[in-house]
Ligand binder design. Structure first.
Ligand code: SF4
Length: 256
């Protein structure tokens, strides 16, 4: 990354004025396969009703959806990359491609720094904005989350995130570009009961080879989901989805 790139990002921060304090870019990760976590934003405007990130981070739920870029993140990351080795997971507790990224381009800046430092990285998102950065993803692994196929359900469950078809199109676009990609199906919720085959078929059509399956985290507050009539998928629904996906040739992995 050139210093003019860094100044461009810094200027965005100055214009925006509101930023979240940040003392380090990379933090150790206990997630499988990841050595470090990198989250360019504090908070997430996708606003998923099942989000347990605030609980995980011991952060108040109030204000979580008013996401802020992290102050000085790119300068910190540039300093840190020289002394670490391992895989960096981008978007472990917030979406790195939430709408704010379109202008702030912090995630893009992070990708360029990690790539220049020859570090391995993987990216996890619900947004097709990831396609913008395809030029920086040839050596990365990308996971796109899909929870259901219904626009109505998605608008209620994940109000700030792109609709399911846009995510499926993003998976297809990444596959066609030769990026290593998987679909994260999760959390599996009651609203896919009876639509397990349809969901598996829609995913298989994208050309993706691998599906990670995640169930509702035990730490999730069930009240917001209950308010829209949704609960965790039953074990038999989870099995039906896995069998359907497997019968279509998809490799199934459990997320955790
Ligand atoms: S995209 Fe992830 S981090 Fe963002 S609100 Fe949804 S579950 Fe939480």
């Amino acid at each position: 990354m050139t210093s003019s790139d860094l100044h461009a990002f810094a200027d965005i921060g100055v214009r925006r004025r509101e930023e979240a304090p940040c003392s380090r870019a990379l933090s150790p990760s206990r997630l499988p396969g990841l050595d470090f976590a990198l989250n360019p934003y504090r908070g997430c405007s996708h606003g998923c009703l099942y989000c347990y990130a605030p609980a995980l981070l011991h952060t108040p739920v109030d204000g979580w959806t008013a996401a802020l870029p992290k102050r000085g993140l790119l300068r910190l990351l540039e300093k840190e990359v020289g002394s670490v080795k391992g895989v960096v997971g981008i978007g472990t507790s917030t979406d790195p491609y939430q709408p704010l990224e379109e202008e702030a381009r912090l995630t893009r800046g992070c990708l360029r720094i990690l790539r220049d430092a020859s570090l391995e990285y993987c990216v996890h998102t619900k947004s097709d904005l990831v396609l913008r950065d395809i030029d920086l993803l040839d050596k990365a692994e990308v996971g796109i989350t899909i929870t259901n196929l219904s626009e109505t359900a998605s608008l209620s469950l994940e109000p700030g995130a792109p609709l399911p078809q846009r995510r499926l199109d993003a998976v297809k676009g990444l596959c066609e570009a030769g990026v290593e990609v998987f679909v994260m199906v999760g959390p599996l919720l009651s609203l896919i009961e009876g639509q397990e085959v349809e969901l598996a078929e829609a995913i298989a059509k994208t050309g993706v080879a691998m599906v990670m399956v995640d169930t509702l985290n035990k730490g999730t507050d069930p009240a917001p989901l209950r308010a829209v009539g949704v609960t965790a998928a039953t074990p038999s629904c989870v099995i039906r989805f896995k069998e359907s996906a497997s019968s279509l040739g998809l490799v199934i992995r459990n997320a955790f």
